[in-house]
Design a protein around this ligand. Structure first.
Ligand code: G1P
Length: 292
């Protein structure tokens, strides 16, 4: 049976970004640039590549820069047109979703990732949807969400992007309890949010990419608090198990935790090295530090 196409994506962008203070005092953490592009733009472009048509930002106070970024900048447009800078005009425009494709929903209270996703329930309705966390940046040949929508088209149900992590890091992630595993797809029989290494059912961790079914909202409706006193998306997903297929996809590519300073710096280096206009210079710079 053909699966319903994934047309909508939620981008939770309400978080405070305290780990990047003072940079994030007056600027949303999702606007931090990796090379020359804000984190949130990478996530939106990844969703576009996967065929997403509706972009739902679950936002909070102090996040206006995100709305401005995804809007026409009249002064800049006019100035670049007058100067006939068509290449720069394309840099600021070509990736913009069309008018009407972006919605903003205020989370109002920072009660957790599950709560952020729940806030978008009326904009999702009765169809599968994606969730992308902009902190998790993936460098890959095929955009990560596209790899997932390809799997979803075959399996249906829920699909989460996963990677193996060192056991001592299980308390940073949602962790899968696996029923079957063919090395690429792992069929899920349980999920635990941030278990202690000793209690973790595996070391297969969810990174911030999900394709979910609307049934998850029934569980989020209960507003139950989990790990860290927050309403956890992982707990609501665990409650949907048994209602349809649920797979973890070991995606092709490399994931960077841009919510962490070292991860953010690594992403900057990796993305710079992946660009032909910057790679030679960056390689020389790195070499000069390593040789010193
Ligand atoms: C969230 C999720 C967690 C997931 C992680 C991926 O945690 O709750 O299950 O593994 O994102 O980055 P957070 O990093 O927001 O604490």
């Amino acid at each position: 049976m053909p699966q319903k196409k994934v047309r909508k994506a939620i981008f939770p962008v309400g978080g405070l970004g305290t780990r990047f203070l003072p940079a994030t005092k007056a600027m949303p953490k999702e606007m931090l640039p990796v090379v020359d592009k804000p984190l949130i733009q990478y996530a939106v472009e990844e969703a576009q590549a996967a065929g997403i048509e509706d972009f739902i930002f679950v936002t909070g106070r102090g996040k206006h820069a995100i709305e401005d970024h995804f809007d026409v900048s009249f002064e800049l447009d006019t100035m670049l047109q007058a100067r006939e800078k068509s290449d720069l005009l394309s840099v600021i425009r070509s990736w913009m979703p069309s008018p009407g494709q972006i919605s903003y929903m205020r989370q109002m209270e920072p009660l957790g990732l599950g709560h952020a996703v729940w806030c978008a329930r009326n904009l999702i309705g009765d169809e599968p949807f994606a969730v992308l966390l902009a902190d998790d940046l993936v460098l890959s040949k095929t955009p990560c969400l596209q790899q997932m929508t390809e799997v979803h088209a075959e399996t249906g149900g829920s699909v989460v992007a996963v990677m193996d992590v060192p056991r001592e890091h299980t308390n940073r992630y949602g962790i899968l309890d696996i029923e079957r595993d063919d090395g690429r797809l792992a069929s899920v029989r349980g999920l635990v949010e941030k278990p202690d290494p000793a209690d973790a059912p595996s070391t297969l961790s969810i990174i911030g990419r999900y394709i979910l079914q609307p049934q998850v909202f029934e569980h989020l409706d209960k507003q139950e608090k989990g790990a860290g006193g927050e309403i956890q998306l992982t707990d609501a997903l665990a409650a949907t198990l048994g209602s349809g297929p649920f797979n973890g996809l070991r995606f092709e590519g490399r994931r960077f935790d841009c919510g962490d300073k070292a991860g953010f710096l690594e992403a900057t280096i990796a993305f710079a090295l992946s660009r032909s206009d910057l790679a030679p210079a960056v390689r020389d710079i790195i070499k000069s530090y390593v040789d010193a």
